[in-house]
Design a protein around this ligand. Structure first.
Ligand SMILES: *Cc1c(COP(=O)(O)O)cnc(C)c1O
Length: 226
């Protein structure tokens, strides 16, 4: 059998997302698949664009900025999904359509702006490791309140990564609970859920994901980090 191509992997993931949506009684068109292209060359992002991909994700500012700049004519939407340093945050705002990793009030303060709104998600840390990025406990709503109040940010909802060693469905149920609190207490319109990666996107669709962040299942293995 021949190696699957990028087009083949993309079509296969799209079909699986659509199947999972139908199983869950959901509209597949209500789910945005973001192809995470971190560590992948610009040529691969270009190829994805040629295959009809509009949403791409990156997790390192310098790499994302360079790619977004070089590929600007393609009109892609860049989603920043990595840990965000305070001193880089304003620069990320300049090219990102959405920032999925807002996890502390100080970032909201730096990202607030009179310029056109950028979508943002408050990242929830589902692990016991505070180094993983994401807000925990009451801080989730505190960061969300700040984002909801800030000008130049449009709070879309919550983002999370399911921890290794936990059933993804259980992890996503915890995000759902936090999302229900957020919608009830802070921001009635911030219903979106950025959950689901290569290994757990079907579970994420069942759990109500509106944004999937899928890397290797579409791109193939990532080149080694340099
Ligand atoms: C790399 C990354 C992804 C994609 O991971 P895959 O397992 O390759 O699908 C999704 N979300 C975040 C935050 C990432 O850093």
């Amino acid at each position: 059998m021949s190696e699957p191509t990028l087009a083949g992997r993309l079509a296969s993931v799209q079909a699986q997302v659509a199947d999972a949506a139908r199983e869950a009684g959901r509209d597949p068109d209500a789910i945005t698949t973001i192809v995470v292209t971190k560590f992948q060359p610009v040529s691969l992002v270009r190829e994805l664009a040629g295959l009809g991909v509009h949403d791409v994700g990156e997790n390192r500012h310098q790499e994302a900025q360079a790619k977004a700049h070089e590929l600007e004519p393609l009109g892609l939407r860049w989603h920043f999904v990595g840990q965000l340093q305070r001193k880089k945050a304003r620069q990320v705002r300049a090219y990102a359509s959405a920032i999925h990793s807002v996890d502390r009030v100080e970032l909201v303060d730096v990202l607030a702006s009179d310029e056109a709104s950028v979508d943002c998600f408050v990242q929830v840390n589902l692990t016991d490791d505070p180094g993983r990025g994401g807000a925990v406990g009451d801080d989730v709503l505190r960061v969300a309140e700040a984002a909801e109040a800030a000008s130049g940010l449009r709070l879309r909802g919550l983002m999370a990564v399911a921890p290794l060693g936990e059933e993804p469905a259980r992890a996503f149920a915890r995000v759902r609970e936090a999302s229900e609190l957020l919608v009830a207490q802070v921001a009635p319109d911030a219903r979106d859920l950025s959950i689901g990666m290569s290994g757990d996107f079907r579970e994420a669709v069942h759990a109500g994901a509106t944004h999937l962040r899928i890397g290797t299942a579409i791109t193939g293995n990532r080149p080694q980090a340099v």
